[in-house]
Design a protein around this ligand. Structure first.
Ligand SMILES: [Zn+2]
Length: 308
C-alpha cells in the first residue's frame, strides 16, 4: 500500500478506488464475484462487527488530517513551522482560503479542515474562541444540527460561546429561546471555569484526546452499523487461534458461511440436506449445534454443545 504517498497528498478518487479494488480482490480471492459479505460491511470497525479494513479514501483523508492537526498543534515540527510561515502569516488556519498557487500538499491539508472540525472537541475557558452553533463543545455534533429548521434564521452563526455566558453563568433565557429544554438542561450542567482562561481543545474521538489516524478514519462514517453479533465477534478476535480460523468464525457469526442451506437458497445446488446426518437442512445452527454428528464431536471434545 502506498501509505507514505497517501499520508502526504490527497489522492484521486480513481486511485483510491483502484487500491480498494485490489484489496477486495486480494481478500476474497476467487470468491470476489459473489463475496459472502459486502465490502462496506468488511470495512466497518471491528468493534461493530466488521474487519476494520479502512477504505483508502478515508485513510487518505485521515492521514492528511494528521498533517493539519500538526500544523495547528505542533509548534516544534519543522514542516509545520514552514507551512505556517508560508501560508498563515496573516490569516488563521481555519480562515485561510485555497489558492491556485498553493502546493499540492497544502491544498490537501486545507481540505482536511472539515474533518478536523468534526473531531475537535472544545473545552470551555472564556468561550471567546468557540463558535456557539458550529463548533463541537457541548456534544459530539454542532448545536446547529439540534435546532429546528424554522428557527435557524433566528441565530447568528458567528456568535461565540462567551456571548452566552454572563457573570460566569449561562444565559439560560437565551439558550431556552431556540433550544429544546433537554438540550438546555445538558448545557447548563457544563461547568464553567471559575477564573478566566483560554479555550482549549482536544481530539474528541480518541479516549486520550490525541489525534489518531484510526479514529479520524472511522469519524468519516455517518452511521456505523453495529452487527447484532458484534459482542461475540469481538470475543472471537481475542482468541489465540490462527487468523483463518477467526475469519471462518467471523463468517459463521455473521451467518455467511456457504452452508448447503444457503447455497440451495441461491440456486447453486438443489439439495440442502446435511451431508453429515442427512436428516435436516444444513444451516449453520444445525451444522455447529443440532446435528447428531456434531453433538458427538462436542461430546468427545468434552465441550458442552453450544445450542444446549
Ligand atoms: Zn446433520
Amino acid at each position: 500500500m502506498p501509505n507514505h504517498i497517501m499520508s502526504c497528498f490527497k489522492c484521486s478518487k480513481k486511485l483510491t478506488n483502484n487500491i480498494d479494488k485490489q484489496a477486495r480482490s486480494f481478500f476474497w480471492g476467487s470468491d470476489m464475484k459473489c463475496a459472502p459479505v459486502a465490502w462496506e460491511e468488511v470495512c466497518q470497525p471491528k468493534s461493530t462487527g466488521g474487519l476494520g479494513i479502512r477504505p483508502s479514501a478515508y485513510f487518505n483523508n485521515a492521514a492528511i488530517a494528521k498533517l493539519a492537526w500538526k500544523v495547528i498543534n505542533d509548534q516544534d515540527n519543522w514542516w509545520s513551522q514552514i507551512m505556517r510561515r508560508k501560508y498563515l502569516r496573516k490569516v488563521s488556519f481555519f480562515q485561510a482560503k485555497k489558492k491556485q498557487k498553493n502546493s499540492i500538499a497544502w491544498s490537501g491539508v486545507l481540505d482536511a479542515r472539515d474533518l478536523i472540525m468534526k473531531g475537535m472537541r472544545w473545552i470551555i475557558g472564556n468561550g471567546k474562541n468557540i463558535k456557539f452553533w458550529t463548533f463541537n463543545w457541548a456534544f459530539d455534533c454542532h448545536l446547529l444540527h439540534l435546532i429546528p429548521d424554522n428557527k435557524r434564521n433566528m441565530i447568528n452563526l458567528e456568535e461565540s460561546v462567551a456571548e452566552s455566558i454572563i457573570n460566569g453563568k449561562w444565559d439560560k433565557a437565551k439558550l431556552a429561546f431556540v433550544l429544546d429544554p433537554n438540550i438546555v438542561k445538558q448545557i447548563l450542567s457544563i461547568p464553567l471555569p471559575v477564573c478566566e482562561q483560554e479555550d482549549e481543545y482536544i481530539w474528541g474521538p480518541s479516549s486520550n484526546g490525541k489525534f489518531s489516524i484510526k479514529s479520524a478514519t472511522w469519524l468519516q462514517y455517518d452511521h456505523l452499523r453495529k452487527h447484532s453479533q458484534s459482542k461475540l465477534i469481538n470475543k472471537l478476535w481475542k482468541l489465540n487461534v490462527q487468523p483463518k480460523i477467526k475469519i471462518f468464525g467471523w463468517l459463521l457469526l455473521r451467518g455467511r458461511l456457504k452452508t448447503r442451506d444457503r447455497l440451495s437458497r441461491f440456486g447453486i445446488i438443489n439439495d440442502n440436506s446435511c451431508l453429515l446426518c442427512n436428516r435436516d437442512n444444513e444451516t449453520a445452527d444445525h451444522l455447529f449445534g443440532y446435528c447428531e454428528f456434531t453433538k458427538e464431536v462436542w461430546r468427545l471434545a468434552n465441550i458442552n454443545t453450544p445450542v444446549d
